[in-house]
Design a protein around this ligand. Structure first.
Ligand SMILES: [Cu+2]
Length: 112
């Protein structure tokens, strides 16, 4: 009984077909949280580890994106300003606007 029933190059080809580089739960598009009307939308976003989330400010007033645990902190974003952060660890990451602390949101990073 041979250990590998296929010739090696056939097995490699089969693997390449079965395991494309995008096989993991990577979203097709990079998620965006928009900031408008003094709120983050969506206020709660669930992503896979390794996902880069981008916030965009659509308000006339400046806002920041500040992690509760300080793991990320944007500068004040003017209208049209953007901030991106790549979430590598799993967990729930609450954040707020340091200029208007009643503005809160969270990113849930789960491999599930
Ligand atoms: Cu704000």
């Amino acid at each position: 009984m041979p250990l590998f029933p296929f010739r090696v190059r056939h097995a490699a080809l089969l693997l390449a077909l079965l395991v494309p580089p995008t096989a993991h739960a990577t979203p097709a598009t990079a998620p965006i949280v928009s900031i408008r009307m003094f709120a983050f939308a969506p206020a709660s976003l669930t992503v896979a580890p390794g996902t880069t989330v981008t916030w965009t400010n659509s308000d006339d007033d400046p806002h920041t994106v500040t992690a509760e645990d300080k793991s990320f902190h944007s500068a004040a974003l003017d209208t049209g300003g953007r901030f991106s952060f790549t979430f590598t660890r799993t967990g729930t990451f609450g954040y707020y606007c340091s200029l208007h602390p009643h503005m809160t949101g969270k990113i849930v990073v789960t491999a599930g």
